[in-house]
Design a protein around this ligand. Structure first.
Ligand code: GDP
Length: 462
C-alpha cells in the first residue's frame, strides 16, 4: 500500500441535492483526530453522538457523529460519519472545512477500494456493493446481496482450493520425474480434473445468469420489415418507444429500451429490418442489426403469421429455416439457447405449431397489437437455459464470466494434454494459469490497472 492509500479522504455519501439527512464520510489515518476538532464531545467508537459541527468558531451544522475505530469500519480504517442536514451548501461547507484541515476529496469508489485493500471485502464483494446500489429489480438486489455476503466468492474459493490441491499432485510428479507418467496416468488426477472442469462450467452458467440479473438480458429483435418488431417492443415496453408505421424500413437505427419484467431487467433492442436496401442510411442500420446478433444474449427473430398462411409454410422446420436464413452466417455463432423464434400477428392467422414446451426450439406465438402471448414470450426468453443450468442466486459481471470461461478452457486443455500423454509440465502450466485466473476473480491476484478500472465506475462516497 502506498501513502495515498491511507491518507485522509472525505466525500458526501448521500445522493446530491436536498434531503432530510446528508452524510459525510471521512476515512483514513487521523480521521478521528480531525473530526474531534469539529465536535463538542469526546468521540466514542461506534456510538451515535449528537453535536454541533463547529469550525473556526462558526457553527456549520449540527447532527449525529459516529466514529468507527479501525479496523471495525467499512474501509478497515478509522472512519467518521457526520450526519447533518442534506443541503448542498451545508455539505459543501463541511467538506471545505475538512479539506482545509488535511483531508482530500475521495475518488469514485475509493472507500470500497480501501475496504478491498484492507481485506474487508474481496473484489467480487466490492463489485456487489456497486451492483446492489445500481440494482434495478428486487431480484437483482437480492442476488447482489448474496454476492456481497460472499456466496459467489466462496464458490470460487472452493474451486481454487481444489485446483491448488491438484496442482500439488501434478507438481510432485514433475519433482519426481521417474514417476511422472505413472502419477499423471492415475485415474485420480484424471477424475479430479474432469470433476473440477464440470463444476467450473456449472458456476460459469450461474455467473452468466447472475450477470444478466445485474446487467440485464439483452434481447435483439430481428426480422424482415413489417413483421411487427417495433410493435412488439412497444407492447413489451408499455409505451410508444418505437415508431410504428405500415411502411417497410421505418426503423432506421437501433432503439434500446430497458424494462423490468417479472423482476428480470431486459434491454430490448429493435433493429432495422434485415433486408437488402439501396438506401445508404438504412444499410448502416442493417449492418448494426447484424452486429447485435453477435453481442445480444438472446436473438428473437420475428416472423409474421400472415406469411405462414400456407400449410407448407406453417411447419416448425420451415420457421427455423426462415429464421436462420435471415441471420445468415451469424446463425452459426449463436448458442442453442440464444435463438428464439417469435410468430407475431396471430390475431390475423394462428398457425398450428408446437408451443415452446413441446419443442427444442424456443418458439412463441404472440400478437403485439392484441397483447397476446407476451408474458409467455418473456418467460421463455428468461427461463430457457440449457437443461442443467441453475437459477442465479448471486450477481456477477462480464469480467467474472470471461474469467470463468478462460478457466474452463484451460482445464479442458489440461485434460487434453493429460490424454495426449504430454509431459506433466504442460498440464501443470494450464492448471497454474487456471488457478491464477480464479484468483483474479476475487482479487487475490489483481493487476493495478484492473483495480483502477473496477473502482472508477463506482459512485463518489462509496
Ligand atoms: P416492423 O417493421 O417489423 O418494426 O413492424 P411494425 O411494428 O412497424 O409493424 C408493421 C405493421 O404491422 C403495422 O401496421 C402494425 O400495426 C402491424 N402489426 C404489428 N403487430 C401486429 C399484430 O400483432 N397484429 C396485427 N394485426 N398487426 C400488427
Amino acid at each position: 500500500m502506498t501513502a495515498s492509500d491511507t491518507d485522509l479522504i472525505c466525500a458526501i455519501a448521500t445522493p446530491p441535492g436536498e434531503g432530510g439527512v446528508g452524510v459525510i464520510r471521512l476515512s483514513g489515518r487521523g480521521a478521528k483526530t480531525l473530526a474531534q476538532t469539529f465536535v463538542r464531545y469526546e468521540l466514542q467508537s461506534r456510538q451515535a453522538q449528537y453535536s454541533r459541527f463547529v469550525a473556526d468558531g462558526e457553527v456549520l451544522d449540527d447532527g449525529i457523529v459516529i466514529w468507527f475505530a479501525s479496523p471495525n469500519s467499512y474501509t478497515g480504517e478509522d472512519v467518521v460519519e457526520l450526519q447533518g442536514h442534506g443541503g448542498p451548501i451545508v455539505q459543501q461547507n463541511l467538506l471545505q472545512a475538512l479539506c482545509a484541515r488535511g483531508a482530500r476529496l475521495a475518488r469514485p469508489g475509493e472507500f470500497s477500494e480501501r475496504a478491498f485493500l484492507n481485506g474487508k471485502l474481496d473484489l467480487v464483494q466490492a463489485e456487489a456493493v456497486a451492483d446492489l446500489i445500481a440494482a434495478k429489480s428486487k431480484l437483482a438486489a437480492k442476488a447482489a446481496r448474496s454476492s456481497l455476503q460472499g456466496i459467489f466468492s466462496a464458490q470460487v474459493a472452493g474451486l481454487a482450493a481444489r485446483l491448488l490441491n491438484l496442482r500439488v499432485e501434478i507438481e510432485a510428479a514433475i519433482d519426481f520425474p521417474d514417476e511422472d507418467i505413472e502419477i499423471l496416468q492415475q485415474a485420480q488426477v484424471r477424475q479430479k480434473l474432469a470433476g473440477l472442469s464440470e463444476d467450473v462450467h456449472t458456476l460459469l452458467r450461474q455467473a452468466e445468469q447472475g450477470r444478466r440479473l445485474s446487467q440485464g438480458l439483452t434481447v435483439a429483435l430481428l426480422g424482415e420489415p413489417n413483421v411487427g418488431k417495433s410493435s412488439l417492443l412497444n407492447a413489451l415496453a408499455g409505451e410508444e418507444a418505437a415508431i410504428v408505421t405500415a411502411i417497410p424500413g421505418t426503423t432506421r437505427d437501433l432503439l434500446k429500451v430497458d424494462v423490468v419484467i417479472d423482476g428480470m431487467p431486459l434491454r430490448l433492442v429493435d433493429t432495422a429490418g434485415l433486408r437488402e436496401s439501396d438506401d445508404a442510411v438504412e444499410q448502416i442500420g442493417i449492418e448494426r442489426a447484424r452486429q447485435q446478433i453477435y453481442s445480444a444474449d438472446r436473438v428473437a427473430v420475428v416472423l409474421a403469421a400472415t406469411d405462414l398462411a400456407d400449410a407448407n409454410d406453417s411447419t416448425l422446420a420451415n420457421c427455423i429455416a426462415r429464421a436462420r436464413a435471415q441471420l445468415g452466417a451469424a446463425a452459426d455463432s449463436l448458442s442453442a439457447d440464444a435463438l428464439h423464434i417469435v410468430i407475431n400477428k396471430i390475431d390475423l392467422h394462428e398457425p398450428t405449431l408446437p408451443s415452446v414446451e413441446q419443442s427444442e426450439t424456443r418458439l412463441s406465438l404472440v400478437s403485439a397489437t392484441e397483447q397476446r402471448g407476451l408474458q409467455e414470450f418473456v418467460a421463455a426468453l428468461v427461463n430457457h437455459q440449457s437443461a442443467d443450468a441453475e437459477a442465479a442466486n448471486f450477481t456477477a459481471r462480464a469480467r467474472h464470466v470471461q474469467a470463468l470461461t478462460r478457466v474452463g478452457s484451460l482445464l479442458q486443455q489440461a485434460q487434453q494434454a493429460l490424454g495426449d500423454q504430454a509431459g506433466p509440465e504442460l498440464v501443470a502450466e494450464d492448471c497454474q494459469l487456471a488457478h491464477q485466473t480464479l484468483g483474479e476473480i476475487v482479487g487475490t491476484i489483481s493487476p493495478d490497472d484492473l483495480l483502477g478500472e473496477i473502482f472508477s465506475s463506482f459512485c463518489i462516497g462509496k
